[in-house]
Design a protein around this ligand. Structure first.
Ligand code: PAF
Length: 281
């Protein structure tokens, strides 16, 4: 496995090779990332993973500085997973001049749900992903469904900019108690870590209720948020949406997603569950 840090090194490593499958990451890899690399291997070769903590997608006061940087361990994981090339640029390599051009995702995606609580976040994500796509020139790119809203932003980016890239999504991997794997889980203290699985349980309870025929989506979401607040969480949102559009479910919706974002102490966790609706109401 080659580890490269500059665009020129990346170009040299990929010269004459087509069919690249790309897994963009911010590093501090866990089994969820490894599963995305394994998925990428089924879709193309060589497999390229990027490791870059993108300052553009962090707001003022967010965790850009303390986001864990673990390049050595990440490279060991990627080599073991069968990755061919790791692209790990520094900020000056990715942003050699101030990034005054930015990709502005559609308002409906960028300012809703996480976008409402992290203004500019999805613009920062879309901008860096477009730059990474230009550098890596993949045929396929793999993103986790854990970041469901991000996945929809990237699909729309590819569609609206006519990028010849297939976007493949990977399942969310979970710890034994149901907590979605995330680099940010490392911020949790021992008692927070035990409590953290409640977010997934509340979302799962909504899925069960909807599948049993309940259609008062607002009450279901409000009840889950109330349970979380009573247990000490600070809730950004719990919402049920159409999984294809992220809009409120319509009578035609056949696939829904329940999404939640909430804070335990200083740690913001997100999770979602998408599911089919056999009997749309
Ligand atoms: O999901 C992530 O890790 C990041 O948002 C991404 C896609 C690598 C862009 O920085």
């Amino acid at each position: 496995m080659q580890v490269v840090h500059t665009a020129a090194e990346l170009r040299a490593a990929l010269a004459g090779r087509s069919g690249t499958a790309f897994v963009p990451t911010m590093g501090n890899l866990h089994a969820g990332h490894v599963s995305l690399v394994e998925l990428a291997k089924q879709h193309g070769q060589p497999v390229v993973a990027s490791i870059f903590v993108n300052p553009l997608q962090f707001g003022a006061g967010e965790d850009f500085e303390r986001y864990p940087r673990t390049l050595g361990a990440d490279c060991e994981e990627l080599a073991a997973a069968g990755c061919d090339v790791v692209f790990a640029p520094d900020v000056a390599e990715m942003y050699p001049v101030p990034q005054t051009f930015a990709v502005q995702p559609p308002h409906s995606l960028a300012t809703d749900l996480c976008g409402a609580f992290r203004p500019g976040h999805f613009s920062g994500v879309a901008t860096v992903v477009l730059k990474l796509f230009n550098l890596v020139q993949p045929r396929v790119a793999v993103f986790g469904r854990k970041d469901f809203q991000q996945l929809l932003v990237i699909r729309e980016l590819v569609r609206q900019f006519n990028l010849p890239i297939d976007i493949v999504s990977g399942d969310t991997l979970r710890e034994a108690d149901g907590l979605a794997m995330s680099s940010r889980n490392a911020y949790l203290g021992p008692s927070e870590r035990i409590q953290a699985a409640q977010l997934q349980r509340e979302l799962a309870a909504i899925v069960t209720a909807v599948q049993a025929g309940e259609r008062d989506f607002e009450t279901l979401a409000a009840t889950a948020a109330r349970h979380l607040k009573m247990a000490g969480w600070r809730v950004d949102y719990v919402a049920l949406r159409d999984a294809a559009t992220l809009q409120a479910p319509s009578p035609d919706s056949t696939r829904l997603v329940v999404l939640g974002a909430a804070w335990l102490g200083q740690t913001r966790l997100i999770d979602n569950l998408d599911f089919g609706l056999d009997n749309p109401a």
